[in-house]
Design a protein around this ligand. Structure first.
Ligand SMILES: Nc1ncnc2c1ncn2[C@@H]1O[C@H](COP(=O)(O)OP(=O)(O)OP(=O)(O)O)[C@@H](O)[C@H]1O
Ligand SMILES: [Mg+2]
Length: 336
């Protein structure tokens, strides 16, 4: 087994067709073709449209990744591909392509759990990063504080009991008539507003590291609808700013609390919501106060991408976890 294998990563679980090449923890290329603008017309991802877009894009995105990495396919040591969780039809496009590629080159296939990919993105940011550390996962479908014991062993300290953080951003965005995906639009609008709307504090009544976004989401919806029904003027920017603060402060606080409880000196993070500038600042400030090191993937490696799939591929390569060609796509899989 090579110390620094060259791994091609492929991601197609939702609306991004992506391919990346790494050599060890060094990122050589990172390509993405997104159907998000097409999906935005429908207010969310339409699975059949996503599958067809992947079919059109996968060949090209892989070719681009190899060319920009200046790597010939014969130099690859393994192909890592997302096999779940995600939209089945979408996953099958990337998975089938990866199988054909690995079989044709006679190199190992590595099946990657998309969520573990989000967690592995931080390994590309800091080549020296080593467990144990705490990771804050905040994406479209997941919100959790995770104790990373080793590269392959995790303990979920707490997670969302209802909506995920990204899901809450997307739903609130819809109420504010902002396009899908809502997170970046809320962040932009929030910059023009102030934190003046008293939305309820999250986690009231919840102990430990669990999160609940449904109360906050409902409070925002009720606030907007009541204002509109009464014909009262209100500031959408203030709503965005107040929601963003209520939704994100707690994530940073809980991540730091987790690190202190577990006695580790590093906090890492992953998932689309970690692209949020306010959250990144809050995490930076909280970690600085607590004397903790913070590792944040660059913004483009927070939302879905293939670099993170290749990074988790490296973890699995080193653990000797290779997949048979019979590997099937799975709509949902646990973290482990
Ligand atoms: N700047 C931002 N601020 C807040 N949320 C954001 C930002 N950028 C993206 N998001 C949110 O991140 C989510 C997309 O992230 P990601 O790609 O990790 O999720 P996913 O792949 O749909 O879900 P999962 O990874 O849990 O299966 C969306 O809900 C989006 O609104
Ligand atoms: Mg994702």
């Amino acid at each position: 087994m090579k110390e620094k294998p060259i791994i091609l990563g492929i991601e197609s679980s939702c609306d991004e067709t992506a391919a990346a090449v790494i050599c060890g923890r060094k990122l050589l290329s990172d390509e993405i073709i997104s159907s998000a603008s097409v999906q935005a017309q429908f207010g969310g991802v339409v699975p059949e449209i996503a599958s067809r877009a992947h079919t059109d894009a996968v060949d090209e995105v892989v070719a681009r990744a190899l060319i920009s990495a200046q790597v010939k396919k014969e130099q690859l040591d393994a192909v890592a591909v997302t096999y779940g969780a995600g939209l089945l039809g979408a996953l099958l496009v990337g998975l089938s392509f990866a199988k054909g590629f690995a079989y044709g080159l006679n190199i190992p296939l590595i099946g990657v759990n998309h969520i573990r990919g989000h967690l592995a993105a931080c390994y590309l940011e800091d080549e020296t990063l080593k467990p144990p550390f705490i990771t804050l996962l905040a994406s479209g479908g997941h919100t959790a504080v995770i104790y990373v014991k080793t590269e392959t062993e995790f303990e979920v300290l707490g997670s969302t009991r209802d909506d995920a953080a990204g899901e809450a951003f997307d739903k609130v965005a819809r109420v504010l008539s902002l396009p899908y995906p809502g997170g970046p639009h809320i962040e932009k609008l929030a910059r023009e507003g102030s934190d003046s709307v008293p939305f309820p504090k999250m986690l009231k009544g919840l102990g430990g590291y669990d999160f609940s976004y449904s109360g906050l989401k409902t409070a925002v919806i009720n606030y907007v609808h009541t204002k509109e029904q009464k014909g009262e003027v209100y500031s959408r920017a203030d709503v965005a700013c107040s929601f963003q603060k209520a939704a994100l402060d707690i994530l940073a606080e809980k991540a730091v609390e987790g690190a202190q409880e577990k006695g580790v000196n590093t906090v890492a993070a992953g998932g689309g919501v970690i692209a949020n500038g306010y959250l990144r600042e809050k995490l930076t400030a909280e970690c600085k106060t607590a004397g903790l090191k913070l590792v944040l993937p660059e913004r483009k490696h927070c939302t879905d991408n293939a670099a993170m799939i290749a990074a988790e591929g490296l973890v699995q390569y080193r653990a000797g976890n290779f997949a048979p060609l019979s590997l099937n796509a799975q709509a949902s899989i646990p973290l482990r």
